[in-house]
Design a protein around this ligand. Structure first.
Ligand code: SAM
Length: 245
């Protein structure tokens, strides 16, 4: 077993996360569909609708922990092909899958794929109009550092949007969800990705992530204003928003 209880330090956690995503990269998108019953697609569409990227050349975004690039692709499409984005991820295997797909879909002029760490972005201050991160921040060992880096690289007036698993607030659904997470997801991981441990890790990382109210406070502490959130599917996922004003 992974010995979750002993995972404390940043470097150790990051090494474990990297190992998980190297192993699942090729099957990542299929697994997302299976584990969320396709819901992650609806949540990501809602995220991009809330962002409402303008149909204007020169508008720039960064999608951190962007993995295989599907959020970035949706943003470019919603901008009518105008937006330019940086897909940043710590994992070269995930980026390789994304870069190949972006090329096939003719999006390589809009997107660049960059290896990097959300905790220490090798990018200048005030660069982007929007910073998005989907199902990524719970994997980052020091969430506060990732949030202050988000604040730093955004232009004044820039928007922060974070989609992440959260706390279910619908009585009854919470029990169904627990069953699904602790039994079904590791089993699907075992059968489809031949990797039960990685999916056990994913479920555990969701359980440990701060709930909606606590995460809002963390976003405010990083300097963001007008912080708010929307729950999706009874709080299974939540979309948090903040502005650098
Ligand atoms: N955003 C994609 C999506 O919504 O499908 C991928 C999410 S995937 C669950 C989490 C991603 O976070 C992985 O690709 C992983 O490599 C990346 N990641 C983990 N730690 C990171 C870090 N410190 N900096 C940047 N990316 C990181």
């Amino acid at each position: 077993a992974y010995g979750f209880e002993t995972v404390g330090g940043g470097a150790e956690k990051q090494a474990r996360v990297n190992d998980v995503f190297h192993r699942v990269a090729e099957r990542y998108d299929l697994m997302n569909d299976l584990m969320s019953g396709g819901l992650h697609r609806a949540w990501k569409s809602a995220m991009v609708s809330w962002l409402a990227p303008p149909r204007r050349a020169g508008w720039r975004f960064i999608d951190v922990a962007g993995g295989t690039g599907d959020v970035a692709e949706r943003i470019v499409n919603a901008s009518g092909g105008k937006a330019h984005g940086t897909v940043l991820d710590i994992n070269a295997s995930m980026l390789a899958v994304g870069a190949e797909r972006a090329k096939k879909r003719g999006l390589d002029a809009n997107l660049v794929f960059v290896e990097g760490n959300a905790e220490a972005l090798d990018l200048p201050d005030s660069t982007f109009d929007a910073y998005t991160i989907a199902f990524g921040i719970r994997n980052v060992p020091r969430i506060d550092k990732a949030l202050s880096e988000a604040f730093r690289v955004l232009k004044p007036g820039g928007r922060f949007l974070c989609l992440e698993f959260s706390e279910v607030d619908v009585p009854g659904l919470d029990r169904v969800y627990e069953e699904w997470s602790f039994r079904a997801i590791p089993r699907i991981g075992e059968l489809v990705a031949k990797d039960r441990q990685s999916y056990e890790y994913l479920v555990e990382s969701i359980r440990r992530f701060p709930n909606q109210a606590n995460f809002e406070s963390m976003i405010r502490e990083a300097g963001f204003e007008r912080v708010s959130h929307r729950n999706f599917t009874g709080g299974i996922a939540a979309l948090h928003s903040g502005w650098k004003l």
